[in-house]
Design a protein around this ligand. Structure first.
Ligand SMILES: NC(=O)c1ccc[n+]([C@@H]2O[C@H](COP(=O)([O-])OP(=O)(O)OC[C@H]3O[C@@H](n4cnc5c(N)ncnc54)[C@H](O)[C@@H]3O)[C@@H](O)[C@H]2O)c1
Length: 397
């Protein structure tokens, strides 16, 4: 059993608490820190916390607490992690880990020096669909991964601090791109070095300093490419989609807006539909169990078992730092309009990979390019002559 202190009683703090107390969970949120007394008190009442306070350090240091869960605005992640290290409390922190890679790296270093457990709460790398997809990728069902694309777009976040570049550290790219980058890293291989990024970002709609729409390509050392599309100006709900393409197969995942659950209502008895849903009348796309479908249950299960077994969770602070470094390069590229290198002063993955090429022999003289049965019933192959390099085709009978 973990006795958890929740730091932050807002949107994600409550989602996390729903997951932590859901079903027949043995873990309990015993303490809550929030900035405002009424938020802390209400959270404590709703989730049965015995400790509530507007003093963060008091909550972290409380003897009843053995795991701290950071659900605070982005600019408060680092100070909260520093306090956890000071009081030697295990910690799990929501995304993005830092506002930039410098902050994130300091967090990696301080938890490692303190010898405490530190998990990165990247829930979208724990959804049931993601976990199943990862299993197929690991088993080789898709062959060599060439391209991993992830999209997260919605009509914008629910609290003022997200829209303030200083507190949030960026706009939709940091807020949503961090999920997409980590999803692609998992599919491509977390030990494969991200090399450079090309990014377009713009403030198309909202009166803010940060970007509200961005698209980027992330090149990996083995030749694979990651891609993300993020927006705070998308209309129609929350669109979470992933695509993975390999030499032997393809995966398409729709996590939220089209889950196979469609409903129409005139609006009678209209209620909450799903996160960021823009309407509760007409055709709707509810989500069966948001807490589970967004990965929170599987995420906390992995985090707490890892802490208890003395191993790392699947998502660590180090992963959060790599994600921040990729996004730092994306921000730079959006400014310079050039491919920008990913700066990773600490890198623990493979070194010196080169672009893999797999040539399929057709016979001694030829490589196979493609085999196809055409609509007129022909079975043909397209081949490359090894000696001359000439491309030829042959009908098979
Ligand atoms: N899927 C996800 O993993 C996911 C989803 C949403 C948010 N988040 C992350 O969770 C963190 C919190 O986001 P949220 O949506 O819960 O925000 P929120 O505004 O709903 O809640 C933030 C809470 O932090 C506390 N707080 C303490 N000091 C504060 C301050 N100076 N300003 C504002 N709040 C302060 C308050 O209790 C507040 O309720 C962010 O880092 C965000 O990126 C993650």
């Amino acid at each position: 059993m973990q006795r958890i202190a929740m730091l932050g009683g807002g949107f994600i703090g409550r989602f996390y608490a729903e997951s932590l107390h859901g079903q027949r969970s043995r873990d309990r949120v015993v303490a809550i820190y929030a900035r405002r007394e009424e938020t802390a008190k209400k959270f404590a009442d709703d989730y049965g916390c015995s400790v509530w306070s507007t003093d963060m350090e008091e909550v972290i240091a409380h003897p009843d607490v053995d795991m701290v869960c950071i659900a605070l605005p982005n600019n408060l992640h680092e100070p909260a992690v520093q306090l956890c290290a000071k009081h030697k409390k295990n910690v799990v922190c929501t995304k993005p880990l830092g506002r930039n890679a410098d902050e994130a790296l300091r967090m990696v270093q301080v938890v490692e020096e303190a010898g405490i457990f530190a998990g990165y709460l990247e829930d979208l790398c724990y959804t049931p669909k993601f976990l199943k997809a990862m299993e197929s990728v690991k088993n080789g069902a898709l062959g060599r991964i060439l391209w991993a694309k992830s999209r997260e777009t919605h009509p914008g976040p629910h609290s003022n601090w997200f829209w303030d570049k200083e507190q949030a550290g960026g706009g939709c790219m940091l807020d949503l791109g961090c999920h997409c980058v980590e999803i692609a890293r998992n599919f491509i291989g977390k030990d494969v070095r991200p090399v450079e990024v090309m990014c377009w970002a713009a403030t198309q709609v909202k009166p803010i300093d940060a970007e509200d729409h961005a698209i980027a390509l992330v090149k990996y050392e083995n030749g694979a490419i990651g891609q993300f599309e993020v927006s705070w100006t998308f209309r129609g709900g929350m669109d979470l989609r992933d695509e993975v393409m390999g030499t032997e197969g393809t995966i398409w995942i729709n996590n939220f807006l089209r889950t196979g659950f469609e409903m129409f209502t005139t609006g009678k008895g209209a209620d909450y539909v799903a996160e960021k849903a823009e309407s509760n009348t007409g055709w709707l796309f509810p989500v069966g169990d948001e807490v589970n479908d967004l990965g929170y249950n599987h995420m906390f299960t992995d985090m707490f078992f890892a802490a208890e077994e003395g191993r790392e969770a699947a998502e660590t602070f180090y992963d959060g730092y790599v994600v921040n470094a990729i996004l730092d390069a994306a921000y730079k590229s959006a400014e310079t309009k050039q491919w920008e290198p990913v700066n990773l002063p600490v890198w623990r993955g493979k070194e010196g990979l080169s672009q893999e090429q797999t040539l399929t022999d057709y016979d001694e003289q030829h490589y196979l390019i493609k085999e196809e049965v055409t609509h007129d019933g022909r079975h043909k192959v397209i081949l490359k002559e090894k000696a001359s390099g000439k491309i030829v085709e042959r009908d098979l009978v």
